[in-house]
Design a protein around this ligand. Sequence first.
Ligand SMILES: CC(C)(COP(=O)(O)OP(=O)(O)OC[C@H]1O[C@@H](n2cnc3c(N)ncnc32)[C@H](O)[C@@H]1OP(=O)(O)O)[C@@H](O)C(=O)NCCC(=O)NCCS
Length: 189
Amino acid sequence: MAIAEPEGEAPDTPILGSARLRLRPLVAGDADALHPAYADAELMRWWNHAPHADLAETRAWFAEEDEEGWRHWAITLTGDDSAIGFVAVNEKRRHVSEIGYLLARPHWGRGIAEEALTCVLDQLFLAENYRRVFADTDPDNVYSRRLLERLGFRLEGVLRAEWETHIGVRDTTLYGLLKEDWTCRPRRA
Ligand SMILES: CC(C)(COP(=O)(O)OP(=O)(O)OC[C@H]1O[C@@H](n2cnc3c(N)ncnc32)[C@H](O)[C@@H]1OP(=O)(O)O)[C@@H](O)C(=O)NCCC(=O)NCCS
């Protein structure tokens, strides 16, 4: 897990905002608010590790050093600083980034993940001039695939037996979005 420096000292993770949301750097102190999501077996089914058994495990996870260069934004509702999820990005090659995301289950089905990813994609494509963002997701992770497709990501292929996770050896669907796809995308009013 990647943890940003205290808020205001992470210039590569600027505060982002939308009608309903404020995205700020994720910090170790967000572990408590996000623990219910990390302990949620249905949600973690699609994650790369088993649900956490207790809060101590989530706190330890958040305290780990990130050695892979992920930037994490906490998703918060405007006017309430508690994290309800996060969006994470990792520059794999110059101007090419992977993206990952998680939203606590009480907030599903309201377009919050779409709104949060829109903020981060605007940041990557419009402010930072990325040319490509990609995500991989389990073929059976219907909500995640719908979210990517609503955002304009294109299915680029299926990687067979790509991951071995707590639910077994799994294929993965690879989705990609280019800057030109993003800038030409019709926006919600
Ligand atoms: C993937 C995940 C973030 C998707 O969450 P979500 O709530 O389905 O996504 P959104 O916030 O964009 O909400 C979309 C739903 O809200 C509805 N919605 C309501 N108001 C909306 C609005 N203003 N804008 C967009 N969608 C809206 C949409 O119709 C859609 O429902 P539908 O799919 O039944 O049509 C969530 O399921 C999750 O955290 N899963 C576990 C972690 C995970 O799998 N991460 C990805 C690993 S690769």
